[in-house]
Design a protein around this ligand. Structure first.
Ligand SMILES: [Zn+2]
Length: 515
């Protein structure tokens, strides 16, 4: 909770504190007024004289504390995607961008994307029968539900061994397809095939080899979020080869028939799929500081940070709000502070700077995936992406910049840091290569599009993805200095003679192979 007395906010800050006391009412009301109050209180403003010394670019510890304190307040309930708390954060960022004078890209400050939410219920059942024999399979050991469609289907079992057999159409009695998973055919391809052919349901057989393919299947109570709308689909399940063989044996058939019982083998299946599917919507918030050079203003340096968090989850020591102060109220606040500093410059950099606060990152980089698929600007005009994710913890004077060796961006960051010893902030390389962090935040979606990208990150810590990732643990001074470094890097890129370039090997691996 912001104890406004601690931040440098003026008496208007008291308004903010009063807001938090009335939180339950205000949240209901989604009151933008309150967001505006908090925002203006923070607007101590930046200066504009070129040649940016400390007294010019006023990104302070107090600013970071106030912004992180607001975004990570319990009232925003960890900013899960989607949620009321996330919408409040988005309104706050949008009104801040407008107050700072950032231009709205085509389509406006807010881009909304749809996501399909599928929650696995507990009332699944799967039974095979043949004549008066019946074999019940056990959920969670013999089979797992697939998050595709709810409903109960019953029909003849049809073993299908190849996709794309022309003319394969179900015309008679409802049938439930059985197909062995292989590396050649993805589960969704079988789904499309079965649906096209008019099957009523689908069982995918997990062999020992293919078990590795399915990295994770949903357990009861788990929820899956995917970009787009909930698509009409078929009830379906994953069944292990051994469980299917045992069931067929109990029905008096050879165990070896999992490869394909002859048609008319009289085996029927009944599958009850219990899941709740809904199409939801979530926001990305964007703003542009237009460049000063008539030509180069058509090129963009894109700064990004995810504003979402884990939301409300399993309680730990009685606390179920995953406040996400470091992950990623810190990065979102850095994005806002840099935007404010750039927007206040009298002499703007030559290129434009695009500020992007995405959501859905914790759900699988959803917001940034949607952005690169539906960009309001031409992506081939984006010369670099600087992503900011977790910059308020760990070392006092050091920040990791993941992706440095992959393009000349790394050298640019190092030279800017060297030119600003007053920030005492050392950018180091990836200290945890085994963690594959380059692939685990939003910049990866830009890198895959061929845009050189780096990501400012302080490493994980004991509060990472825990309810205890609270604002009072943030090193606001450090976060301010990291933000100041990012400001300098962004401006240097926006004024650079040449855009940054990829290291060829890295480009081949990340852009071509996406790995
Ligand atoms: Zn994060």
């Amino acid at each position: 909770m912001i104890e406004t007395s601690k931040v440098k906010l003026s008496s208007r800050a008291a308004g903010g504190a009063a807001f938090l006391k009335r939180e339950s009412y205000m949240l209901e009301a989604r009151s933008c007024i309150v967001v505006a109050v908090a925002a203006t209180a923070l607007a101590s403003g930046c200066r504009s004289a070129p040649g940016y010394t400390d007294r010019d670019v006023d990104i302070t510890e107090a600013d970071m504390r106030a912004r992180i304190g607001f975004l990570a307040a319990d009232q925003l309930e960890g900013r899960g995607t989607p949620s009321t708390g996330l919408e409040l954060a988005a309104s706050y960022i949008r009104s801040e961008f407008a107050r700072m004078g950032l231009q709205a890209p085509p389509g406006g400050y807010v881009q909304r994307y749809r996501l399909a939410m599928t929650e696995m219920g507990a009332d699944w059942s799967l039974a095979l029968s043949r004549g008066n024999r019946r074999a019940l399979l056990a959920l969670g050991t013999d089979y797992w539900g697939l998050p595709w469609a709810a409903g109960t289907v019953e029909g003849d079992l049809r073993f299908v061994d190849a996709v794309g057999r022309p003319g394969m159409r179900e015309t008679g009695e409802p049938t439930i397809w059985v197909a062995r998973l292989s590396a050649a055919v993805l589960p969704r391809e079988w789904l499309a095939e079965a649906a096209d052919a008019g099957a009523a349901g689908l069982l995918l057989v997990l062999t020992a080899e293919t078990e590795a393919l399915m990295s994770h299947w949903l357990e009861v109570g788990e929820t899956l979020y995917e970009l787009g709308d909930v698509e009409p689909s078929l009830p379906a399940a994953l069944v292990t080869e051994s469980a299917l063989a045992a069931a067929l044996e109990r029905l008096g058939l050879e165990a070896t028939t999992t490869a394909g019982a002859p048609a008319g083998s009289g085996v029927r299946a009944r599958l009850a799929a219990d899941l709740r599917a809904e199409t939801l919507a979530a926001p990305n918030v964007m703003g542009i500081v237009r460049g000063s050079d008539p030509e180069l203003a058509e090129e963009f340096v894109l700064l990004s940070a995810h504003m979402d968090g884990l939301g409300v989850g399993p309680p730990v020591d009685g606390d179920s709000i995953y406040n996400g102060a470091d992950d990623n109220a810190s990065g979102t606040s850095a994005l806002l502070e840099v935007a404010e500093a750039v927007a206040a410059l009298e002499r703007r950099p030559k290129r434009s700077i695009f500020f992007l606060a995405v959501s859905g990152e914790e759900r699988g980089l959803l917001g940034s995936s949607w952005f690169v698929e539906h960009p309001p600007i031409r992506l081939d005009r984006v010369i670099a992406n600087i992503n900011i994710d977790m910059v308020g913890r760990n070392w006092e004077d050091t920040i990791a910049v993941i992706g440095k060796p992959y393009s000349t961006l790394g050298a640019i960051v190092d030279s800017v840091a060297a030119a600003h010893p007053e920030l005492s902030m050392t950018p180091v390389g990836d200290r945890w290569p085994q963690e594959n962090f380059f692939f685990r935040s939003d910049h990866f979606n830009f890198a895959r599009e061929g845009i050189p990208a780096v990501f400012f990150f302080n490493g994980v810590h004991e509060d990472y993805h825990m309810p205890s990732d609270e604002a009072d643990k943030i090193k606001n001074g450090k976060a301010a200095r990291v933000s100041r470094l990012i400001f300098e890097v962004a401006v240097a890129l926006a004024n650079a003679e040449q855009p940054p370039g990829w290291d060829d090997a890295a480009r081949a691996r990340i852009v071509e192979d996406g790995r």
